[in-house]
Design a protein around this ligand. Structure first.
Ligand SMILES: NC(=O)c1ccc[n+]([C@@H]2O[C@H](COP(=O)([O-])OP(=O)(O)OC[C@H]3O[C@@H](n4cnc5c(N)ncnc54)[C@H](OP(=O)(O)O)[C@@H]3O)[C@@H](O)[C@H]2O)c1
Length: 255
């Protein structure tokens, strides 16, 4: 679809994967819109992207700020980029094994991972449909295949994003708008470092960004990696939950 998109929006650009994506797309003839919370990080990243020949604008925005987000949604719907990668996200864990996550932490996670992500996807899809072109990518996770006891809310949020993205792809296809769900395994980043549980087949962020870019250039419905973890998680999701629960505990993901 967008073999070489000229305007690319990346949310969560100050994080491990977002930063690698920004650098992957940074090239002459490309205009990048980079969102994150930390202004200094955004400015430094934009400078790196300009060194690579791209134009770069920064959008320092906390996705909890519903008023500012609503204003940005209007702007994006009126003038959407060629490609938007909705990558911003957070993770939380329970304070101790056998305990539930704190209610405030759950609300904060759902606000960013689900509410803001879906609101952005909806606004951008509307603008792209009016234009008759565009491509959206929603960042899910391998955790969407089967809820992990170490991160219940995070798993639930990524399953929501996966379901929404798959459905939106079918809605948008007749309008010439591509929608892709990205399901990474473990990718080196601050979030990954803080995650509880084993992290098999961990990739560095630059490798993940290359894989994502290749998949988006082909308008894949799903970009899911690495293969062995994807296969394992997909099979786990198909098992009766009692069996997959036992397996997860045996593998070290129990709480
Ligand atoms: N790393 C992995 O192993 C892995 C695996 C599967 C899926 N993912 C998904 O990939 C995406 C990127 O993850 P990552 O590993 O790169 O994480 P990360 O390094 O922690 O980066 C998270 C990004 O999201 C932004 N963000 C978080 N809360 C925000 C808020 N309230 N408002 C605005 N921006 C906010 C952060 O902005 P600031 O830095 O400016 O705060 C940062 O740019 C996430 O959706 C994550 O769930 C990651």
């Amino acid at each position: 679809m967008n073999g070489r998109p000229r305007r690319v929006l990346i949310t969560g650009a100050t994080g491990g994967i977002g930063r690698a994506l920004a650098l992957e797309y940074a090239a002459p003839g490309v205009a990048l819109d980079l969102q994150g919370r930390r202004e200094e990080e955004l400015a430094a990243l934009a400078a790196r992207c300009r060194e690579a020949g791209a134009q770069a604008r920064t959008h320092a925005l906390d996705l909890h700020d519903r008023t500012r987000l609503a204003a940005w949604l209007d702007e994006l719907a009126a003038d959407p980029p060629d490609l938007a990668i909705l990558n911003a996200g957070v993770n939380i864990a329970a304070p101790a094994p056998g305990e539930t996550e704190a209610a405030d932490d759950m609300d904060a996670l759902l606000e960013v991972n689900v509410r803001a992500a879906l609101a952005l996807a909806r606004a951008l899809a509307g603008g792209m449909r009016r234009r008759g072109a565009g491509q959206l990518a929603l960042m899910s996770s391998q955790a969407a295949w089967r809820g992990l006891p170490v991160t219940p809310s995070y798993s639930a949020s990524k399953a929501a994003v996966k379901a929404y993205g798959e459905a939106l792809r079918d809605v948008m296809a007749p309008a010439g708008v591509g929608v892709t769900v990205i399901m990474p395994g473990y990718v080196t980043s601050p979030m990954c470092a803080a995650m509880p549980g084993p992290k098999p087949f961990e990739w560095d962020a630059a490798r993940a960004a290359r894989r994502i870019r290749r998949g988006l250039a082909r308008n894949r419905a799903r970009i899911s990696f690495p293969f062995p973890l994807n296969l394992g998680c997909w099979l786990l999701g198909g098992l009766p939950p009692a069996w997959s629960g036992l397996l997860l505990r045996w593998l070290g993901y129990g709480r």
